[in-house]
Design a protein. Structure first.
Length: 247
């Protein structure tokens, strides 16, 4: 008689454990999917899969060589003054979507939006042999995507958009920085500042796409450029040698 209650108890425990395990797995899958959705805002699908399998890769601060891209809209302040809030939001959303999709298509990482500017990195979280080439392709494809969008805007009677792109590569610190509850994965170093300075030189040289000598030496067999005169920039002891990418 005692055997039957024991058997029932064992069966109940087994069923209970099975239900618990199922609930745990469903919650775990839900958590992973939520993490993927969050990560997909900054990383390409391939990198999201990699991070999901090894999330510690974002927390491991390290120094590594990265290629940094800065992109900015020319005369944005003047343009934005002509738009109402809804128009401005729609404009920025579409512009960012187009440009960010190009970054992801080339294995890049969206570091951040800075007003109308975009900062992206190639070689984060892990370095690959094609990072600088991927960054070059991103810049070229951004300009191609913008050209297509400008045709659409022209047919709608809207103003043409012009951008400037600057590329530089160098050693930086990469990792999650911040405090509890507000962490940000980013890159820090002189190379970041230099990339930003190069992008700002697009105005001075009336160029769409400028790269540093460090970038040029890595990709000179694959692109056509115009060598510009060395230029002094803030924070640099020696003048920068830059090149205008021929579109």
């Amino acid at each position: 008689m005692l055997a039957r209650p024991i058997a029932y108890s064992s069966l109940a425990l087994a069923i209970g454990f099975s239900i618990y395990r199922t609930i745990f797995m469903v919650k775990r899958i839900g958590t992973i999917e939520a993490e993927k959705k969050s990560l997909s805002k900054y990383f390409s699908p391939e990198i999201v899969e990699e991070i999901t399998k090894n999330p510690e890769v974002l927390n491991q601060g390290k120094r590594q060589e990265v290629t940094i891209l800065f992109q900015d809209i020319r005369n944005f302040t003047k343009m934005s003054e002509k738009m109402n809030p809804d128009e401005l939001a729609d404009f920025l959303n579409e512009f960012r979507a187009r440009m960010t999709n190009v970054v992801f298509a080339n294995g890049g990482t969206l570091d951040k939006y800075i007003g109308d500017a975009i900062m992206a990195t190639f070689g984060t979280p892990n370095v690959t042999p094609n990072d600088t080439v991927n960054a070059i392709n991103t810049g070229l494809q951004m300009l191609s995507s913008l050209k297509e969008w400008n045709l659409i805007r022209k047919n709608q009677g809207k103003e043409e958009i012009r951008i400037g792109i600057g590329l530089h590569c160098g050693e930086v610190f990469t990792g999650s920085i911040g405090f509890s509850g507000r962490m940000e994965y980013t890159v820090i170093g002189d190379a970041v500042n230099t990339a930003s300075r190069i992008e700002s030189l697009c105005k001075q040289f009336q160029a769409e796409f400028l790269i540093s000598d460090e970038v040029y030496q890595k990709v000179k067999q694959t692109i056509q450029v115009e060598k510009l005169l060395p230029v002094e920039v803030k924070g640099k002891e020696k003048p920068l040698q830059i090149y205008k990418v021929t579109i």
